[in-house]
Design a binder for this molecule. Structure first.
Ligand code: SAH
Length: 217
């Protein structure tokens, strides 16, 4: 280990991560730039910090994982694909990493996490990183956040079996719901309103934790 420790290591490994994301088809420069400058090692336990810039999900306790950088990049790209969304609802904010990546690219973020322990830690990170456009809430995200809606984008990091109707109702008319759906077989989808009801566009197969009802300590 050189005397610069993690700082030096992460600089090199961060570049390698950006390379990998580009190879996998992430093309939006602002997304790549934000991932490059977001300190993912602060969103995992110290014991895992040396693996923070690998393109993998990692455990964050309570049986949950911090999302893989590729999927965070892909969902962020989708979130800003139609221009800068003014209001975003994020469900399943977990470590807060996706929240931090979205923060410089959107207007306001309302983020919900159902596990209190994860919520407390992510709130501390949001404070430390001075993400001033983020409001966090410990609640069951399946109900959305009606008081703060409607949202231009709703983004979920946990998979329900079907697209929840309540969330569709909290979208603006041109709003987009970006989420994994399904059980053992999941698909990342973008759902929009059309005159005939919800229109579902499939993006790619994914593997997320299930969306669970209720809250936990
Ligand atoms: N993007 C986050 C992903 C965390 S994993 C990160 O990178 O850290 C998905 C998260 O969704 C978990 O923290 C889980 O507790 C949460 N979750 C599952 N169902 C939920 C629900 N109904 N409401 C709010 N959060 C939920």
């Amino acid at each position: 280990m050189d005397r610069h420790g993690i700082g030096m290591t992460s600089q090199r490994t961060r570049e390698r991560l950006i390379q990998r994301l580009m190879e996998q088809g992430i093309t939006d420069y602002s997304v790549l730039e934000t991932i490059r400058s977001t300190p993912r090692h602060l969103f995992v336990d110290e014991a895992l910090a040396h693996r923070a810039y690998e393109d993998t999900a990692l455990p964050i306790g309570w049986n949950q994982t911090i999302s893989q950088p590729y999927i965070v990049a892909r969902m962020t790209e989708l979130a800003i694909a139609e221009g800068k969304p003014e209001k975003v609802l994020e469900i399943g904010s977990g470590s807060g990493y996706q929240t931090a990546v979205l923060s410089p690219l959107v207007g306001e973020i309302y983020a919900i996490e159902r596990i209190k322990g994860l919520f407390d830690r992510s709130r501390q990170r949001v404070r430390n990183l001075r993400l001033r456009n983020v409001q966090l809430r410990h609640a069951d995200g399946l109900g959305g956040w009606a008081d703060k809606g409607p949202f231009d984008v709703i983004l979920c990091a946990a998979a329900p079996e079907h697209v929840p109707d309540i969330l569709m109702q909290q979208l603006t008319p041109n709003g987009r719901l970006i989420m994994p759906v399904g059980g053992r077989q999941q698909e990342l989808v973008v759902v929009t309103h059309s005159s005939e009801g919800p229109e579902v566009l499939s993006i790619e197969p994914v593997k997320f934790v299930p969306m669970l009802a209720g809250t936990e300590r």
